[in-house]
Design a protein around this ligand. Structure first.
Ligand code: SF4
Length: 361
């Protein structure tokens, strides 16, 4: 683990300040990430949730500096890891950090794993890239890691090629690679989306147990509020390149204070209440080449007023740890998610969990 100076002991592990990641096109800049602020404490699991195209994955790839440049560019902001701005690190130092202090797992392991190397060789290679160990030691550690991530017949699987394994097993190999150097921060980008429901639950349980065992922080990128409810201590909701609400997970589910968050909750199928149909958010996410004026959610927002089209609402604190970028947050303006008319109370994380397998089918 990276040693910390005493002055940094109370610093968050990661602090993202006003991050802007744009993509140049012939039509102009696509502002995929446009002023994101996010903090992750040591040992904390933070969820980053939103629809496709909201900027979640670009934020994740910006942290680890895997945005292709060009056409991408870091147009502003800082990403402080132990106080060091990753955006200014020379590429060689960034390479050392990647897969060592910060690891990432992706939605589709097949795009990451090399098809012509055995999965054991790939994990051993990741170990040897960052640690001075012999081939035999790397092999032994790989087999131990396979056991840690629940790969059965670990020794025999060392010599398997990726196409020999199921999707769930390949994801376990990815997690083994990510854990090979005991990272302080694991970024998991939709790690279960490509898997069937039973395997999803197993992988989430694995991540949770590994987080407890190794004490690492996790940034969990997902479009699935059920996954957030199961896994995270706090959650940030992204819309159109920005964070529009951020809160401890219990607070977000019990007292959402942004119409977009409420819309996401209303869109969840409820296994416990089949008579309450899911209500998708009307309209489409905006074109980030020319985002709407004022509040970017205003064309889809059922609560919009004149001010919303003119004035961009800043992310403001409405309670300790609870932030919302809405002019009317904290004023009792919004109907409760989905169940208010049936007077059935607010959505709780437990209810979302129970609905989650349905939602993921
Ligand atoms: Fe809706 Fe206005 Fe709030 Fe935006 S600022 S979320 S348009 S009420």
């Amino acid at each position: 683990m990276m040693s910390q100076p005493m002055s940094a002991m109370h610093e968050p592990l990661l602090r993202i300040e006003d991050l802007r990641t744009y993509f140049r096109t012939r039509m102009g800049d696509v502002r995929a990430v446009d002023g994101v602020n996010l903090t992750i404490q040591p040992g904390e699991t933070v969820g980053l949730v939103g629809e496709s195209g909201s900027g979640k994955s670009v934020t994740a790839r910006s942290i680890i500096r895997l945005v292709p440049t060009p056409p991408g560019r870091y147009a502003g902001g800082r990403i402080l890891f132990h106080g060091t701005d990753l955006l200014t690190l020379p590429e060689r130092e960034m390479q050392e950090l990647r897969g060592d202090k910060i690891s990432m797992i992706f939605q589709d392991p097949m795009t990451f794993l090399n098809p012509v190397l055995t999965v054991g060789e790939q994990v051993a290679e990741a170990i040897r890239r960052h640690q001075r160990v012999s081939r035999a030691e790397a092999r032994d550690r790989t087999i131990e890691l396979f056991r840690t991530v629940g790969i059965p017949n670990a020794e025999a699987r060392y010599d398997a090629y990726p196409h020999h394994l199921s999707g769930g097993m390949r994801q376990r190999v990815m997690i083994a690679i990510a854990l090979s150097c005991e990272p302080e921060l694991l970024i998991a980008d939709e790690p279960t989306t490509a898997l069937d429901v039973t395997i999803q639950a197993q992988i989430l349980e694995l991540l949770r147990s590994l987080q407890e065992r190794f004490g690492m922080s996790i940034l969990l990128i997902t479009h699935d509020l059920g996954v957030v409810a199961e896994m995270c201590r706090s959650v940030a909701v992204m819309y159109a390149g920005r964070i529009v609400e951020q809160a401890p997970v219990e607070t977000l589910f019990s007292d959402p204070e942004h119409p977009y968050t409420i819309g996401l909750m209303n869109a969840i199928p409820r296994a416990d209440l089949p008579e309450v149909p899911p209500r998708p958010i009307e309209g489409s996410p905006p074109d980030l080449l020319r985002p709407p004026s004022g509040c970017r959610f205003h064309p889809r927002c059922p609560y919009r007023q004149d001010i919303c089209q003119r004035v961009d609402p800043p992310l403001q604190t409405i309670a300790p740890g609870h932030h919302s970028a809405c002019h009317f947050a904290g004023q009792g303006t919004f109907a409760r998610p989905a169940l208010a008319s049936a007077d059935m109370g607010r959505v709780s994380p437990e209810q979302v969990v129970s609905a989650a397998p349905e939602a993921r089918r």
